[in-house]
Write a protein that binds this ligand. Structure first.
Ligand SMILES: [Fe+2]
Ligand SMILES: [Fe+2]
Length: 203
């Protein structure tokens, strides 16, 4: 029998190519890394708020996501602090082709359950990708302080990934979650491959 933790690890064993935006760390400035990161945290917080508004009767989800809003906003503030330390400003938000393409794959009609499931799985993927990005930064940045900085984020986003999968499985039949997750993984791998082909990095 697969334990829940094992099952989640297997799911996280994403057969995903590495996000090309984060391979060549040497070619990315701290300004780019921090600005991009700051907006990711901000979006994570605002998406959690939208989910709470949209699914206000989903008691467990509301209670679990409420503290995540605070946590993600705290992350945003930590990144702002790092920008400030370096006399950098937040700057403009880039167009996030990756997230836009994920949103395009979400079911638009269908049942509330189907839409909810896709929203949970989109968030799970985004968290998994953040986790991967922070892992790379925690291993590849030249500065020891920043490597440690990103190690903490990596752990936190891994926890969020697991939470979104858990919420999906709480409200939706597990088999259905698994099957849809497989479709998402396949789709997402293609999105990443296409980003790579086009040579997109972080803007
Ligand atoms: Fe975060
Ligand atoms: Fe997160």
């Amino acid at each position: 029998m697969e334990t829940n933790a094992e099952a989640q690890r297997n799911i996280l064993g994403l057969q995903l190519p590495t996000d090309p935006r984060w391979v060549d760390l040497a070619g990315i400035s701290m300004q780019e890394i921090l600005t991009d990161h700051a907006y990711c945290e901000q979006k994570a917080a605002t998406t959690c708020i939208s989910l709470i508004q949209r699914y206000s009767s989903y008691d467990k989800m509301v209670n679990e996501l409420a503290p995540i809003v605070t946590e993600e906003w705290g992350h945003f503030r930590l990144v702002l602090q790092e920008l400030k330390k370096r006399q950098l400003v937040l700057g403009k938000q880039r167009k996030d082709e990756y997230v836009n393409q994920l949103i395009a794959f979400q079911v638009k009609g269908g049942s509330v359950e189907d839409r909810f499931l896709d929203q949970m799985l989109t968030m799970a993927l985004i968290e998994a990708r953040s986790c991967e990005r922070f892992k790379r930064l925690s291993e590849g940045l030249p500065d020891a302080y920043m490597r440690n900085f990103y190690r903490r984020f990596m752990e936190s986003e891994a926890g969020h990934y697991a939470l979104f999968i858990e919420l999906a499985e709480f409200y939706v039949n597990k088999e259905k979650v698994r099957n849809r997750w497989k479709e998402w993984l396949e789709y997402e791998a293609n999105v990443i491959n296409n980003l790579e082909v086009r040579g997109d990095r972080i803007h």
